[in-house]
Write a protein that binds this ligand. Structure first.
Ligand SMILES: Nc1nc2c(ncn2[C@@H]2O[C@H](COP(=O)(O)OP(=O)(O)OP(=O)(O)O)[C@@H](O)[C@H]2O)c(=O)[nH]1
Ligand SMILES: [Mg+2]
Length: 171
């Protein structure tokens, strides 16, 4: 990872978006990767100290990882999002917008209505670096069976990502 460089020079950093159910360990995963690369414990992405049925993370936040030497950050970043819940939680529509780069950093998710063009947190002209390049699903291996509505949301997000791949990188 220390020598990794994106092939496309227009892309400043590969953007990895982590999504999944509430409390699955999305924020903790970012901290773990950061800790390994810094060789010390880090806790930048605030993770919940307990498990809850409501998401602890409420904002769309990009995490950059510091690197030794001249180029001071790694050319990959992680985006943390609010967890998927049955009724409240992040709207799947907001994740789809994030995939296309339309969600500005620091946007506070609104579980009642999704982001739309003209809103303060909406980026109407995303660059290739604002787009998500890798979509990762985080799931707790010890969790009981996933709730059907959450599973359906994740399925739709995956389908949207698959569509975008065809749009951006036609074979
Ligand atoms: N045993 C174990 N616990 C973990 C692991 N990852 C996270 N946890 C615990 O799971 C709880 C939730 O972790 P978070 O990282 O806040 O989960 P999240 O997916 O960011 O949750 P939301 O932001 O609420 O959607 C915390 O109490 C963590 O300590 C893991 O790999 N193993
Ligand atoms: Mg979190």
């Amino acid at each position: 990872m220390k020598d990794f460089q994106p092939q496309n020079e227009e892309v400043k950093a590969i953007r990895v978006l982590l999504h999944g159910p509430v409390g699955a360990g999305k924020s903790s995963f970012i901290n773990s990767v950061n800790s390994v690369l810094q060789m010390r414990m880090t806790n930048e992405a605030l993770a919940s100290s307990t498990t809850s049925d409501q998401s602890f993370t409420i904002k769309y936040q990009t995490y950059k990882i510091k690197k030794e030497g001249k180029e001071n950050i790694y050319p990959f970043v992680f985006n943390d999002v609010m967890g998927l819940e049955e009724k409240t939680g992040v709207k799947e529509e907001d994740i789809k917008l994030a995939l296309k780069g339309h969600v500005k950093d620091g946007y506070k998710f609104n579980p009642v209505s999704s982001l739309s063009d003209g809103d303060h947190g909406y980026n109407s002209s995303p660059s290739i670096s604002d787009r998500v390049h890798v979509l990762v699903c985080i799931y707790d291996a010890n969790a009981s069976e996933m709730k059907e509505p959450v599973l359906q949301k994740m399925k739709k997000i995956r389908e949207a990502a698959s569509e975008l791949e065809k749009l951006y990188y036609p074979s």
